[in-house]
Design a protein. Sequence first.
Length: 383
Amino acid sequence: MKKPTTPKTKTSSIGQKLPSIYADGSEMDEMLKMMEKLLHWAAIVESSDDAIISKSADGYITSWNKGAQNLYGYKPSEIVGKPVSVLMPPGKQDDFPYIMGQLHAGKKIEHYETKRVTKDGRILDVSITVSPIRDSSGHIIGASKIARDVTERVEYERRRDDFVSTASHELKTPLTSQLAFGELLEEMIDRNGNAEYKPYIRKINEQTGKLIGLVEDLLILSRLRGGRLPIENKLFSIHKVVKQAVESLQLTTKHDIELRGKTERKVRGDSNRIGQVVTNLLSNGIKYSPKADKIVVKVAEKNGFAVISIQDFGIGIPNEYHGKIFERFFRVSDTDERTYPGMGIGLNFCKDIIERHHGKIWLASKKGEGSTFYFSLPFAHGK
């Protein structure tokens, strides 16, 4: 009679001897490799200085590493099983429905800067990245979150922005007075008939006006960075805001601004800030299409969002710049590599305002063929 085959054993790196269900041990090898990989990742998570948290699909905390304990002050036994909203201070409770909505839509949230509250009541500035967790069937069953304390960096930036804001205010007053006196001098020259001096005075006034514009840009920048740019939260007609911006700009340009589409639905937020976004995008379209004579603005509805587009027929933006165009201080050059005036913060301002309204901004462009900037805003529920 043939002697029965004795199952072989394999020794794992954690010192356990486990029998293989196959003589060659191949399946057990794969299982051990998987276990070792899981243990490796678990060790990384536990030893990370960043707070790494997992939560269920309905927002309840399911795991809590040492970094989370060090950051927020809660032990795992004190926090696991509680809703993640307990970490959100007053004024940031809107984070919860927004983040959960993004996760249920299968979207990842990266480097989202917000505030969180610790066990002892301290308010922290944190940067968080949240990713959906899926089961083997692809269904979202929870989320993982990585949080990093950026309080020290934010405080440094606040002090810097306070300095910029103060300096800008101090510069703006004498420059405004200088421009007023320059314009008065230009009128006096007209009355007295000294026409030969007028081009010089006009040039001084033009340059003073540009300086005032730069100072105002610095003021906007400091308010954005310092979080001191107030945002209202009211229902308003997005179509009306776009129409008003188009009509105002049309009075100041030779370009024909054509408005297409319409929506009766309303969005929630700050109509003045959204109007600034539309005006900024329109002004850019005009500035970067000096040889064209048309701008097309469209208002549309898509998947519960208002989608606004501003299309120009100007110099366009090369593909390699599409990822940088919304960065602060980035400026586009034309086909002759001539850089247009400005500090390069207008599009960054637009991005900040749209994202604070839980919207999105993007572009489609090709060098030499013009650009189309889009932004979307969620419609108010039930409207």
